[in-house]
Design a protein around this ligand. Structure first.
Ligand SMILES: [Zn+2]
Length: 335
């Protein structure tokens, strides 16, 4: 099987560490849960649990442990994923994990937990998990998977050994999103006329919501095609929600990079540093009109939008509010 170089290196490292009995209790794996990190986990679980020790860096693939891992029914592997509309990891699941890890591994060997979306651990869930992490039962290994290590709570992050399979994701948006993003950026110029600002804000909000709808539809189609026989509908729904939150964040990041360009223009940076070099004339003009405070305000609005989208406030409300503020003139917030 052809694996990316960093995944291969990581697997080699784990093969050696297993041989030398030098495994840590917790690893923060930085990589995409749909790409590198997924492939890594698929390979590292059998590597650590394989019943033969013959070859370093590879599992035998045929022993009963290897087979059970492949069929996702190994009794000493627990996989945890974000759930529900809020796309978080419920605290009960982590309390339960502590209980499960308190018991000896059924095979008498290792117990492994894989926590997908470690950035989705809220404070309460993280606290429950810290208890397990601080006094790990012998033989236990935790893999915390995240594409966004900076969003993982510091208390959790600092107790894990970091393993980077890929750089934290920066906005690489699919081509299908670009027409929506272009239309949104076209409409995001600040307006001193309040009526015009309100109108443009409404239009931009609708474009963003239309983009979200496209993103969700595409994810639903993919997940439904990939769903295995053993996946129940709740698991598929949770995966769709997790993936959607991630991709919507990437779409927002694409817009944040545009304001970053405006900030760079304000500082007189070379256009070769711009993410959207083709828009440099507009970008400079907006930078001039907003001024430093105005630009900082707009960036803060997008950051707040990101946070609010993860709250329980209806999406339509937070999107409309944010875009109305984004299209307002630079002095709007002070008036
Ligand atoms: Zn094996």
């Amino acid at each position: 099987m052809c694996l990316p170089a960093r995944v291969n290196e990581a697997l080699q490292w784990f093969g050696q560490a297993r041989k030398n009995e030098r495994l840590a209790h917790a690893y923060l794996v930085v990589g995409s849960p749909h790409g590198d990190a997924r492939r890594f986990v698929e390979q590292v679980l059998p590597l650590l649990l394989c019943e033969t020790d013959a070859r370093a860096g590879a599992a035998c693939g045929v022993c009963s442990a290897c087979r059970r891992v492949r069929e996702r029914r190994h009794q000493d592997v627990i996989q945890i994923e974000p759930q529900g509309k809020s796309c978080t990891i419920p605290v009960e699941i982590l309390r339960n994990l502590q209980h499960q890890f308190g018991q000896t591994a059924l095979s008498g060997g290792r117990k492994i937990a894989v926590i997908w979306g470690a950035e989705r651990l809220g404070a309460e869930a993280a606290n429950a998990f810290l208890k397990t992490l601080e006094e790990p039962p012998p033989g236990s290994i935790f893999f915390l998977i995240t594409p966004a290590p900076a969003s993982v709570l510091e208390t959790v992050r600092s107790r894990c050994q970091r393993m980077a399979l890929s750089e934290p994701e920066i906005a690489q948006v699919p081509d299908a999103w670009q027409p929506y993003l272009d239309a949104i950026m076209d409409g995001l110029e600040p307006n001193d006329d309040k009526d015009k600002a309100a109108w443009e804000g409404l239009a931009a909000a609708h474009r963003f919501l239309a983009l979200c709808k496209t993103i969700r539809k595409q994810i639903e189609d993919t997940e439904e095609n990939q769903a295995g026989e053993n996946d129940d509908q709740d698991a598929v729904t949770a995966r769709v929600a997790a993936r959607f939150a991630e991709q919507r964040a990437a779409a927002l990041q694409a817009l944040q990079l545009w304001y970053r360009d405006i900030m760079l223009a304000h500082c007189g940076a070379d256009p070769s540093l711009f993410r959207y070099g083709e828009r440099q004339d507009t970008v400079r003009q907006i930078a001039g009109r907003l001024g430093l405070t105005g630009i900082i305000n707009k960036i803060a609005i997008l950051e707040r939008l990101h946070r609010n989208l993860e709250s329980n406030i209806p999406d339509g409300v937070v999107v409309h509010t944010a875009f109305a503020e984004l299209t307002a003139g630079g002095n709007y917030l002070n008036s």
